[in-house]
Write a protein that binds this ligand. Structure first.
Ligand SMILES: Cc1cc2nc3c(=O)[nH]c(=O)nc-3n(C[C@H](O)[C@H](O)[C@H](O)COP(=O)(O)OP(=O)(O)OC[C@H]3O[C@@H](n4cnc5c(N)ncnc54)[C@H](O)[C@@H]3O)c2cc1C
Length: 396
């Protein structure tokens, strides 16, 4: 039994494992959280999303009338599901932003809004993107400048620019933060909205990243007219709503440690196949030292994650728990991917599709993507700041 897991959860794990083995989509594994590369992949991922919801493996915390398990939901099960998806190298549901907006609607939306969006999210039909970050507002998100002004029709007119918008090019709707009161202190003048991405004035421009794929977009909003029911919760409460919806997300924590453990195991196997100066890399003392160190760090991360999960279940979570795990996971991911590329030697620079690429270019893809995790959801510097200031109580 893994530390922190009860026999019940271990039994549940076997059910999930069998479900994943039978239903996982046939999509080549890639590092990180990636967008569909074409309409066919999108359709496959939507179908996978529908199956995950139908099995109760996603959306368990939703109200029962929208298909959730309500109070019977156990958050620890979400951790197990995330771990099993990571273990199988299978994508999670095309949820991402939909997950965030679902939480926002469940906690702050009107009944009409829930009825309008939640069933489509459950069926995999509706894709959402998260329109939070801007070119000059990422770590300091509350400084965002996209503005929403009231119209005579009691709706809003929105103008501004968003960036880093994952899935923006596939999205039906966006979960938007915009400034509604420029005079108020910065955290208090922001509101949350749902934007139909097909409205006039919404311009989505995919970005091509160093991985060679397009996962993110720039989104330009030019006098986009929103109806009154686009507002989520009360006007100027967007900061509270956004933080609350982000705070729900815990299913990834266990998955991250599993992902790294799996990558270290793949590195050990790789080191047995490739050579350094004509000898198997696995016999090289420096390689062994690095593999041993990485393995120890992954186990330390795993122990930290399970300790965090226990504290979180016991409602004794500490402010620096999440940031510590996130910092360790993302920085360790970079080190593991670096060793993978180094072990491939010259072929380490070759990408997927090249006949001479090692493991179909897996290590190059891991290497190029690994940095994204040190930025997404709060950069490593911000994590260290939180640990120092809020965890250790050091001066700001
Ligand atoms: C994979 C991925 C997916 C993403 N998806 C989305 C999405 O769908 N929607 C969305 O809205 N956003 C998304 N983001 C954006 C993400 O939230 C931001 O990248 C992140 O908040 C950092 O903001 P920034 O990129 O503007 O960097 P900045 O905030 O400009 O930071 C630049 C550098 O300065 C450092 N820095 C900043 N402030 C401080 C400080 N106070 N102390 C020390 N160092 C500091 C940072 O650590 C960083 O190294 C995504 C990002 C990634 C990587």
């Amino acid at each position: 039994m893994d530390y922190g897991m009860t026999p019940d959860l271990e039994e549940f794990r076997l059910q999930v494992r069998a479900f994943v083995a039978e239903n996982a989509p046939d999509i080549a594994p890639k590092a990180g959280v990636r967008s569909a590369e074409n309409p066919h992949e999108l359709a496959v991922l939507k179908d996978w999303t529908r199956k995950l919801f139908a099995a109760g493996y996603v959306g368990g915390a939703w109200p029962e009338r929208f298909g959730g398990r309500g109070p019977a939901h156990e958050s620890e099960r979400d951790v197990v599901i995330g771990e099993e998806l990571a273990r199988a190298r299978t994508p999670a549901a095309v949820q991402g932003a939909a997950n965030l907006v679902s939480n926002a609607l469940i906690d702050f939306g009107t009944e009409q809004q829930r009825e309008k969006y939640l069933p489509g999210i459950r069926s995999g039909e509706l894709i959402f993107c998260q329109l939070f970050s801007e070119p000059n507002s990422g770590s300091d998100l509350a400084s965002l400048r996209t503005k929403a002004t009231r119209t005579d029709a009691a709706g809003y007119r929105v103008s501004g620019q968003k960036v880093w918008t994952t899935n923006g090019h596939w999205a039906d709707y966006g979960y938007l933060l915009a400034r509604t009161d420029p005079e108020a202190p910065k955290h208090r003048g922001i509101s949350a909205f749902i934007v139909d991405m097909r409205l006039p004035g919404v311009d989505v421009r995919p970005l091509r990243e160093m991985t060679g794929t397009s996962d993110f977009n720039e989104v330009f909003l030019d006098d986009v007219e929103l109806a009154p029911d686009a507002l989520i919760g009360e006007e100027n409460h967007g900061w509270v709503i956004a933080n609350s919806s982000l705070g729900h997300e815990r299913s990834g924590v266990g998955a991250n440690a599993v992902r790294l453990r799996r990558n270290v195991a793949a590195l050990v196997e790789l080191a047995g196949r490739v050579t350094i100066d004509g000898r198997p890399a696995i016999e090289d003392g420096a390689v062994l030292e690095r593999l041993g160190g990485l393995s120890a760090s992954v186990e330390a991360l795993s122990a930290l994650v399970y300790a965090n999960i226990s504290r979180w279940s016991g409602k004794a979570e500490r402010v620096s728990d999440g940031p510590m795990a996130k910092l360790m996971f993302s920085e360790l991911g970079v080190e593991i991917a670096r060793l993978g590329v180094e072990l491939c030697g010259e072929a380490g620079i070759l990408v997927e599709g090249d006949p001479q690429a090692v493991d179909h270019g897996r290590w190059q893809d891991e290497f190029l993507y690994a940095r994204a995790y040190t930025i997404a959801g709060g950069s490593s510097e911000i994590m260290r700041n939180i640990i120092a200031e809020r965890g250790l109580g050091l001066p700001r």
